[in-house]
Structures are given as C-alpha cells and as structure tokens.
Design a binder for this molecule. Structure first.
Ligand code: OOG
Ligand code: MG
Length: 260
C-alpha cells in the first residue's frame, strides 16, 4: 500500500494540462485514495496555478446532474476552481491546440452580491444573496485518457476544468424559476442536447448552496463578485475544429464561441 504524495501528484496533473498530454488515472497507482486525499491534491494543484500568477474567478460545481452522478455512482457533487486564464470571451475562439479532448456543456453561472458561508445554506438563501445569473458554456477537458476516471481522480484533476465562456447579458433571478429554465446546446445550428435547470440537483441555486456547505468544511466561503458555475444542465458534447457552439437559455439569453 503506497501513500499519496499530494504535491508530486498535483505536479503530475498540472504537467498533463500544460503539456496537453492525457495520462492514466492516478488511482491506478493509489487505489486507496480517499475523497479527502483527492481534495488535498486539488488544493496543491490550485496552489501551483496561483503560484504562477493565475487568479481564481470562482469555484464551480460538477457532477450535479442525475445522469453524471449515476454514471459515476456518487451521491454528492464535486467542486473545482475556474481561473482567469480559462476564460474565453463571449463570441470568441477556443483554440483546440491548447487542449486534449475538450467537451462542452451548458450551465447557469451565479454572481453573488454578498458573501455566503455554510454550513446550513439553502437555495433560498443563495437566491436572496444573488446579484445576477448569466448563461455559460463550460469546456471540460479531463486530463485522463478517454475521460476515464473514478471520483478521486476527477476531484484531484480540478473537476476537469479547462475553459469557460460567460454570456454578456445578466439577469436578476428574482423574476425567474431557474429550475424551469429550458436550455438548448447547439453545434453549427444543430441541437445536440437540451435540458432544464432542474437537471442541476433539482434547482441550480441548490447546487450553489451545496457548494457553500462543502467549502465550509475547509473554512472557505463563496465571495461576492465570484463567477460560480452551478453544474451542467445538458450533457457534455465533444468538440471539433470548425464548430460554432451556442447555448440558448429561456429568459437568460445566449452564449456562444467557435472552435479553431
Ligand atoms: C467532470 C466535470 C463535471 C459538470 O458540470 O458536471 C462538470 C467531468 O464530467 O469530466 O463540470
Ligand atoms: Mg461543468
């Protein structure tokens, strides 16, 4: 039985990202790796990025959909962090050369008007603290071969975070029922998947509340101004050079980018 070296495992995953080379899942070498171990590796990975001068724009939730949770056989979502270098401008270009095997998913992003801190946060409290919501396209790019990972693997790998496109129309959620918001995800004008906000643990605000409660375990809170991804409303769709990707969210607007 070998014990996990958090720092060297984080460096290994960081190298996979910067060299754009997929790797075999780390739990093959460390089959006893726990969820706690995995978050410790993620913390080291975040520290490496911060040390390089990158800035966190906000935490994100992942595996919030029943489909993904069933696929991974897990009951609790996971979180990771989105950094400034991951942001692709709305309507802009995503460079395939910078990535391994990216997939895209449509999400609802939250920006809070005031800090919120768990434990015990509820979706209603999140909505009361939300300044606005905005459509987002998240590009996930697992560093693992063929997106083959177990729960600790994907947590250590910063929840597959890679790129994000944030729409430029903001909406006060007070006038919306975010669980009922219909979402389509299209590539080159063809709908590839669709869903409703309820796909995200019943209501996207619940996901943000769960995130606040999970972060409270390590003494962190959600901060006003952070851009927080609540989790995929649609499935994740493979990308190819030449694709124009767009998502439409009822009452929230559209967000798009192209793949070069
Ligand atoms: C993990 C990332 C999941 C989401 O919204 O569910 C995620 C993965 O599926 O590779 O970002
Ligand atoms: Mg996501």
């Amino acid at each position: 039985m070998s014990t996990v070296n958090y720092q060297s495992t984080a460096e290994f995953l960081h190298r996979a990202e910067t060299e754009k080379k997929d790797v075999f899942r780390i739990t093959a070498d460390y089959p006893d790796m726990t969820i706690d171990d995995a978050y410790k590796i993620q913390e080291k990975l975040v520290a490496i990025k911060l040390g390089q001068g990158h800035r966190v724009i906000g935490p994100k939730m992942g595996l919030t959909s029943q489909a993904k949770m069933k696929q991974m056989n897990v009951e609790e979502p996971i979180y990771g962090y989105i950094f400034d270098y991951m942001v692709v401008p709305e309507g802009g270009a995503l460079s395939m050369q910078e990535l391994i095997h990216p997939k895209v998913e449509a999400e609802i992003a939250f920006v809070l008007g005031k800090d919120i801190e768990g434990p015990g946060m509820t979706g209603a409290q999140v909505l009361a603290a939300t300044e606005y919501v905005v459509p987002a396209l998240e590009i996930i790019d697992s560093r693992y071969e063929n997106f083959k990972f177990t729960l600790p693997d994907v947590i250590a790998d910063n929840a597959s975070s890679s790129r994000v496109v944030i729409g430029n129309r903001v909406t006060d959620p007070a006038g919306l029922e975010l669980d009922l918001v219909g979402v389509t995800l299209s590539i080159n004008g063809e709908i590839k998947d669709f869903g409703a906000g309820a796909a995200v643990v019943g209501h996207p605000a619940n996901s943000i509340a769960m995130l606040a409660n999970m972060l409270a375990r390590k003494g962190e809170k959600l901060k006003a101004g952070d851009v927080i991804l609540s989790g995929a409303v649609t499935g994740a769709v493979m990308l190819s050079v030449g694709d124009t990707v767009s998502a439409k969210l009822d009452g929230l607007g559209e967000v798009s980018f192209k793949v070069i």
